[in-house]
Design a protein around this ligand. Structure first.
Ligand SMILES: Cc1cc2nc3c(=O)[nH]c(=O)nc-3n(C[C@H](O)[C@H](O)[C@H](O)COP(=O)(O)OP(=O)(O)OC[C@H]3O[C@@H](n4cnc5c(N)ncnc54)[C@H](O)[C@@H]3O)c2cc1C
Length: 480
């Protein structure tokens, strides 16, 4: 790999990566993209558009057959949107020519250029590549808090959002059915940990759900419903700035959500949680949204990381590794637009999707022996939908509240949905919900399945770097 350090920080970069040495010149180069989220899908769609079919073969490793529009997940949990409306099919168009490999990457041997994949049929296969694009995103960040992984729900997957919705509605049913006042009160208390945008939106949207739903339960006292939102930080959503963060907090307080800052979780049990300030809250619902960490796949590489995210150059290449690109939540991408030494792009969809485009361009440039360009994107701001007419937004630094903020939030998400059919589904859901409200139906589909943090994110399925090497050295390419 030839690096021209003189151009590493500017738009006029003249970095070139030589086409891979030893690559088979008869067969096409193999590009392997890991992860079908904002970053991975944006990358493959651009590769499909810009590469001639005979220029390279593109494979996408993904455990699911859709791209999840995560920012609207709280609206699935609260029933404003159906789960299908934010799951964008990877097979919708016949123009999509990327080969889909259904499964999860469980290790990568960068030296041998092999990705080890556990397929959805539970086979372990070695997938060789010439270029790899690592976009497996992130998982919920947990701490060593007793009972956390056994008792908390996350808000990171479609299944979790659908499950939480059913669970919350079932608490109303169970409270209604109970003759024990203490059990009733416990079932009607809900705790969300994490005052970032994911946790704040989740608490706000679900509180609206319970507030509206309780009217259909004449035996239940609405005054018993209590939502707690706690965060160890002194402010909610610090990225919004002090004034707007305070406005968001005010909206939540007005709606009866108890916001506690400078407080975290001490321990979690099946029937109660204890906060670090000593309060014990009887509850059956603990939702944990206290940040994310890079996918455990990154640790299997044995490469340098920054707080768990894979270290990459501004061109989204991994230093010292041929043909390895990384981006999105799993990579520490330098934030050149910030102009601050050492600044890293925050883990947002806004960055991940734009990095997807840049990485595709840089993979193509590598294939064609052209210069690579660095990733530069100035943050457009943040939109926070608190349900109904409540929202706060900061597009391009302009602080908005209420209906204008809500219009910007919904307009932004709607326009960011990749396909026309997803846009139509989401808009129809919004209109229907505004006109007819929610029926608060508990589907019960998943009622008997375990569904806490530890059951959804499969963080223990990965190999160690040594296991990856042993498997690649010892095993034939292909299935085991
Ligand atoms: C509730 C919530 C609200 C949010 N709201 C906003 C918002 O308003 N604005 C914003 O900009 N960002 C928001 N975000 C953050 C944003 O969703 C992420 O930053 C973004 O999804 C990152 O994109 P990504 O492609 O890196 O990862 P993801 O979109 O998470 O995609 C990763 C993909 O990789 C797959 N994968 C994981 N492991 C493997 C593996 N081992 N092998 C193969 N595939 C794998 C996953 O199934 C997934 O499809 C929100 C996040 C959450 C959870």
């Amino acid at each position: 790999m030839r690096i021209d350090p003189g151009h590493a920080n500017g738009d006029e970069s003249d970095r070139r990566l030589e086409p891979q040495k030893g690559m088979d010149t008869v067969t096409r180069p193999r590009i392997l993209v890991v992860g079908a989220g904002f970053a991975g899908v944006e990358c493959v769609r651009r590769l499909e558009r810009k590469l001639a079919p005979d220029e390279a073969d593109v494979t996408l490793v993904t455990p699911v057959s859709y791209q999840l529009y995560l920012p609207l997940l709280p609206q699935v949990a609260s029933g404003v949107l159906t789960p299908q409306s934010i799951a964008l099919s990877l097979r919708r168009s016949r123009r999509y020519r990327t080969r889909i490999l259904p499964g999860g990457a469980i290790g990568v041997d960068l030296k041998a250029k092999v990705c080890v994949v556990r397929t959805i049929t539970d086979k372990i296969v070695n997938e060789p590549y010439d270029y790899i694009v690592l976009a497996p995103g992130s998982v919920t960040r947990t701490f060593d808090i007793p009972g956390l992984t056994e008792h908390a729900f996350g808000m990171k997957t479609l299944a979790e959002a659908a499950y939480v919705r059913d669970h919350v509605i079932s608490q109303l049913d169970l409270a209604d059915a109970s003759e024990d006042p203490a059990e009733r009160a416990a079932r009607l208390q809900f705790v969300v940990v994490g005052g970032g945008y994911a946790g704040t939106e989740t608490a706000a949207c679900l509180q609206r759900l319970t507030h509206a739903a309780v009217r259909r339960y004449p035996r239940l006292d609405p005054g018993l419903i209590k939502w707690h939102l706690i965060d160890i930080a002194p402010r909610l959503m610090p990225e919004l700035g002090e004034k707007l963060g305070r406005s968001a907090q005010e909206i939540l307080r007005r709606r009866g959500i108890d916001v506690s800052l400078g407080v975290s979780l001490d321990k979690a049990g099946a029937q109660e949680v204890t906060f670090t300030d000593g309060r014990v809250v009887p509850t059956r619902t603990l939702i944990w949204t206290a940040g994310v960490v890079a996918s455990p796949l990154i640790a299997t590489l044995g490469a340098e990381t920054v707080r768990g995210r894979l270290l990459v150059d501004p061109e989204l290449t991994v230093p010292g590794q041929d043909g390895v690109f990384a981006l999105g939540d799993s990579a520490a991408v330098p934030d050149l637009a910030k102009g601050q030494e050492g600044a890293i792009c925050p883990p947002t969809a806004q960055h991940a999707s734009r990095q997807g485009k840049r990485v595709a361009e840089n993979v193509i440039a590598t294939l064609r022996g052209e210069p690579l360009h660095p990733y530069v994107h100035k943050d457009l701001g943040l939109v926070v939908d608190l349900g109904g007419k409540d929202a706060v937004s900061k597009p391009l630094g302009v602080e908005l509240r209420g209906v204008p903020a809500q219009a910007v939030a919904r307009g932004y998400h709607w326009s960011a949905l990749r396909t026309g059919v997803a846009k139509a589904r989401v808009m129809t859901n919004w209109l229907l919900n505004a006109a007819a409200g929610d029926d608060f139906v508990r589907t019960g589909f998943q009622a008997r399945k375990p569904a806490r943090l530890k059951d959804f994110e499969f963080t223990d399925s990965y190999l160690t770097p040594e296991q990856v090497r042993a498997r690649v050295e010892g095993g034939a390419v292909g299935s085991q």
